[in-house]
Write a protein that binds this ligand. Structure first.
Ligand code: FES
Length: 104
C-alpha cells in the first residue's frame, strides 16, 4: 500500500485539519487518502505523476493548473472517464484508473 507524504504543519496555515483517512485504489493498488481532499492531491502525495496519456501522441500528462481548467488531470474514476481529478473529492473505496486517450 502506498503511503502519503504530506505537510502536517504549515508556518502560516498552522496544523493540518484532522479528518478520517480512507483507502482508494489507483490502478488496483490501495492508497491512503484524506477523506474529502481532491483525488489529484491524494495521488500526488502518493507519488503518482502520470494521470493520463494523450489520444494522439500517447504523451503523459499530470496535474497542471489544479483548478479544473486544463483537463490534464483527467482520469477514469469509478468507471467514468474524463473526470477532472483536481476538483473531485476523495470518497472511501474510489477506483481511479490511468486514462488512455479519450477513455472508455
Ligand atoms: S490539473 Fe488542470 S483541470 Fe485538473
Amino acid at each position: 500500500m502506498k503511503t502519503a507524504n504530506r505537510i502536517t504543519q504549515h508556518p502560516i496555515l498552522g496544523d493540518i485539519e484532522t479528518v478520517p483517512y480512507v483507502t482508494i485504489y489507483f490502478d488496483g493498488e490501495p492508497i491512503v487518502a484524506r477523506q474529502g481532499e481532491m483525488v489529484a492531491a491524494a495521488l500526488y502525495s502518493a507519488g503518482v505523476r502520470t494521470f493520463r496519456y494523450t489520444p494522439k501522441r500517447n504523451e503523459p500528462r499530470g496535474v497542471f493548473c489544479a483548478i479544473g481548467r486544463c483537463t490534464d488531470c483527467m482520469m477514469t474514476v469509478n468507471g467514468i472517464p474524463n473526470t477532472r481529478t483536481c476538483i473531485t473529492p476523495v470518497q472511501a473505496g474510489m477506483r481511479i484508473e490511468t486514462q488512455h486517450g479519450l477513455g472508455k
